[in-house]
Design a protein around this ligand. Sequence first.
Ligand code: FES
Length: 169
Amino acid sequence: MSHNKEKETPFWKSDFPIKQEESTHVSRREFAKFLCLLSGSLAVGNGMIAAKSLLFSKDKKYQEHLICSTSEIPIGEMKSFVINDNHKVPYILIHLGEDKWRCFEQKCTHLSCAVLYKHEINKIVCPCHKGFFDPETGEVLQGPPPRPLPQLSVVIRDGNVYVTEKEKK
Ligand code: FES
């Protein structure tokens, strides 16, 4: 009888003599290994992405740009400028008072008209639809603009005015 069974066993089974029970056990172990490798790889990948984004934002955060000397803009005046020839995003630098400088994007947050600082009324004005902004903070005071003007930090050093991208919150 057993001789018959041996005869019925396909030839390939003799080449791979693994019992069904053992093969399941090995498969579970391999699957666990695979999961460990996968989760380890994901952890390393996420760590690398986080490190890269931290480094990148750090570079960007502290990049300074020399705009002019402090004597170039009297109190109450402003200067328009662009950074790295990027004319899509112009800025205004305003000399508000003794040691008081502000820098904002010049594009109105309503429909992107160019805003100007008016010393007589101490406001940043958008002439297109009578939008008014606070020159200290860039907040909207009046009119249709939906958001404050984006602001850059100003640093005065050795008689020169530098702007830096504002630290992200
Ligand atoms: Fe400035 Fe409309 S574009 S108020």
